[in-house]
Every structure is written in structure tokens, then in C-alpha cells.
Design a binder for this molecule. Structure first.
Ligand code: CP3
Length: 364
């Protein structure tokens, strides 16, 4: 049972999400727990050298979630799990082959498979909710815990393709050829994702993020009907406050720059941006309605530490001073524009976090 939570000590991340005053710009990094950290690789070996072995074991999932926080002064933790746990619970048979991406044993490719699809029994995802509760306790109030899910569209990409894809040929064939089937998948996914995120909130998640990693591969007009509309339904169905605290919602569409105004209008508190978007221009357009999260190119982390610090500071300066001349505040959460690469030198992240914390205080 969740029970009594430790008092939150560093609430900077939640404050920025809600566009409240902050003493520095909060930082966290997508995929901050992962293979670039030697301590992660060591725990992974203990878990039978398998990603799902890690994710389904509450002790290991808790341990790896906390690893990046012990190394870096990050302002938020993110649940260690994966977006593909939901289709796995639908019975699609997820596996991660050695050195390969994810694979589904039973992809959803025809009318019969689509008809058989249903919102999974949340008991099959109990290990995720148990991990959320365990992590929230283990954090001892150091920083807030973010829960997450894939967007209905991004999950559909994996469910139809059966894994990663270069051209999205199968999922787009269904979208254009049998839009009725695609809408049925998206409808089931939206219901499943809503229930899954609400259960994470009940288990102790203090903010939630929807990863629409593949929204940006869609054509204009198609994105709005097949991705954004279903993410909007998810956001509309979420608990926005729990145990007296507001639970901010972050929506991140990779490649979503062309649709910034529309994404900012679906009811989320925060919009995540990739590195193709100018942060200052985005702020001018939507910054009084939503906070912005992003948007350093993760490949910057391969440059020498001095260059990493300089590029990170340029992102802060692009957003500018979060307090407006009229005294109100806009919100910026520093992040990468996509997940950190597994080849990243860990000490370059140290240089980034230190430079950001130092510089962001000079912007107050
Ligand atoms: O951010 C975090 O630290 C939390 C954990 C997290 C993982 N995956 C762990 C993971 C999160 C938030 C995700 C989200 C996720 N998973 C997304 C959306 C974000 C994005 O990157 O666009 C997507 C598309 C996936 C699907 C997925 N999971 C892929 C394509 C892969 C294989 C590619 C890769 O990077 O290895 C995974 C596996 C995965 N998920 C790993 C981790 C740490 C690596 C697994 C391992 O240890 O072998």
C-alpha cells in the first residue's frame, strides 16, 4: 500500500511544471537510468542480463531508478520501466533480444487481431505500480517521481510493426488502408493508457509524462486525427490532483514542432520539445499557457565537457529569464530533446548538470 509518503524536499521540478517561481531551472534527462551508467549494467547482470528482468523486479527497478540521482544533482526521478509494458500486458509477447530493439511475438496486423485487442487487466501491470510505490518511498522526498506511458499512436506503431521501424510501412498501410482498424487500436490504447497512468498516480507518481515518440512521422492533418486526438483523450481522463497535490501532465511529441500550438491546447501542463525547436520562439507562442521541457540535442554530450556546458547554457539562455517583466513566471524544465545515448560518457553529464545549476541561478 502507498501509505504515508516522506515530505518532498526539492519541489523545483513540480513548481516549474506549474509555472511557479523557482530558484533554479530543474533538470532531468530522458532515459537517465540506463546503459551509459556502469552501475546500471552491473544491476542488469544481476537481473539475469535482461531488461524485463530488471523492470519486473521491484528491488532492481528501485535500485536503477535511484542510480542517476546518486551521481548527479537531478531534480526529478523517472520510474524505471518501458512504454511497451502496456502492449505486453495485452498479450502481444514482448521480448528484448540481445543487442536488438524490442520485439512482439504477436503483432496486430489483421482484422481478427484488432478485434481481439482489449484493455488489459491492470493486475498484469501490478509490478509497475509496486515499483512506483517502492521508488517513492526509497526517494525519501529528495525529488518528485515521474510516471509515464507511451501515447496511443506510439504504442500502435510498435504493436503493428512488431518492433522498431525505419519507414512505418505496416502501421501506415493500416492507417491509410483501414482507418477503421487503426481507430479501434487507438481507442483501446487510449483507454489502457489512461487507466495505466491513473494507477501510477494512485501508486505514488507525482507527475506523469506521455511519450509520443513517433507522432512526428505523421503527415500534417493525419497527426491531429491519429495521434493528438487520442493523446488529448488520455490527458482529459487523468486524475489531475491526488492526496491534495496537483499532478502535472507532460506531453512530448518528438518532431512535434510544426504543431506546437495544437499540442499546447490539449490540456497538458507541460509540452516537451526536441532540439529542432527554438525554445525562445516556442515560449513566445505558448509559454503563458504551458511550461516547456527540453531541448538539448543528446549528441552534444559526445563533445568535450567545456562544449557540453556551453551548449547546455545556450538552451537556458534561449528560454531566457523565467520571470516576466510583469512579475509572473513561465516554466522551463531542462531536458534533452530525446533519450540519452547508451554511449554517452557519464562524466560529461556531470559537467552539464553543474553548468546548468550554476548558470540558471544567474537567470533569477
Ligand atoms: O527515462 C528513464 O530513465 C526511464 C526509463 C525508460 C525506458 N524506456 C527504459 C529503457 C523510458 C521512459 C522509456 C521509454 C521508451 N521506451 C520510449 C519512449 C521514449 C523514446 O526514447 O522515444 C520508447 C520508444 C521505448 C521503446 C524501447 N525500449 C526501445 C526502442 C528500446 C530499445 C532501444 C534501446 O535504447 O535499447 C527499449 C529498451 C529500454 N527501455 C532500455 C531502457 C534503459 C534499454 C534496455 C536494456 O537495458 O537493454
Amino acid at each position: 500500500m502507498p501509505g504515508m509518503w516522506p515530505t518532498l524536499i526539492n519541489d523545483t521540478f513540480l513548481r516549474a511544471c506549474l509555472r511557479q517561481p523557482t530558484t533554479h531551472t530543474p533538470i532531468w534527462l530522458m532515459r537517465q537510468a540506463g546503459r551509459y551508467l556502469p552501475e546500471y549494467r552491473a544491476t542488469r547482470v544481476k537481473a539475469g542480463n535482461s531488461f524485463m528482468g530488471l523492470a519486473t523486479n521491484v528491488q532492481y527497478a528501485t535500485e536503477v531508478t535511484l542510480q542517476p540521482l546518486d551521481r548527479y544533482a537531478l531534480d526529478a526521478a523517472i520510474l524505471f520501466s518501458d512504454i511497451l509494458t502496456v502492449p505486453d500486458a495485452m498479450g502481444l509477447g514482448l521480448s528484448f533480444g540481445a543487442g536488438e530493439g524490442p520485439k512482439f511475438a504477436h503483432p496486430v496486423r489483421d482484422e481478427a487481431a484488432v478485434a481481439a485487442l482489449a484493455v488489459p487487466d491492470l493486475d498484469r501491470l501490478r509490478y509497475v505500480f509496486d515499483a512506483v510505490t517502492s521508488i517513492r518511498h526509497a526517494l525519501k522526498g529528495r525529488v518528485p517521481l515521474i510516471g509515464f506511458s507511451g501515447s496511443p499512436w506510439t504504442l500502435a506503431c510498435y504493436m503493428v510493426e512488431g518492433g522498431g521501424s525505419d519507414d512505418y510501412r505496416l502501421v501506415k498501410s493500416m492507417l491509410y488502408g483501414r482507418p477503421d482498424l487503426m481507430h479501434r487500436i487507438l481507442d483501446v490504447n487510449a483507454q489502457a493508457v489512461t487507466a495505466y497512468l491513473n494507477a501510477q498516480i494512485e501508486a505514488g507518481a507525482q507527475a506523469v509524462m506521455v511519450f509520443d515518440s513517433w507522432g512526428g512521422v505523421l503527415a500534417d492533418g493525419v497527426f491531429q486525427r491519429f495521434s493528438l486526438e487520442y493523446t488529448r483523450r488520455v490527458v482529459a481522463g487523468l486524475k489531475r490532483s491526488h492526496e491534495g497535490q496537483t499532478v502535472p501532465v507532460i506531453v512530448f511529441t518528438k518532431g512535434g514542432g510544426p504543431w506546437l500550438d495544437e499540442i499546447a491546447a490539449i490540456g497538458a501542463d507541460v509540452v516537451g520539445l526536441d532540439w529542432t525547436v527554438n525554445l525562445g520562439a516556442a515560449r513566445a507562442r505558448v509559454g503563458s499557457r504551458v511550461a516547456l521541457q527540453g531541448n538539448l540535442d543528446p549528441m552534444v554530450l559526445f563533445a568535450p565537457p567545456g562544449a557540453v556546458a556551453r551548449e547546455g547554457i545556450a538552451v537556458l539562455d534561449s528560454f531566457g529569464r523565467p520571470q516576466r517583466p510583469d512579475g509572473t513566471w513561465d516554466g522551463h524544465i531542462f531536458n534533452l530533446g530525446h533519450g540519452i545515448s547508451q554511449h554517452t560518457p557519464p562524466e560529461h553529464v556531470t559537467a552539464l548538470v553543474e553548468a546548468l545549476h550554476r548558470h540558471s541561478r544567474t537567470l533569477r
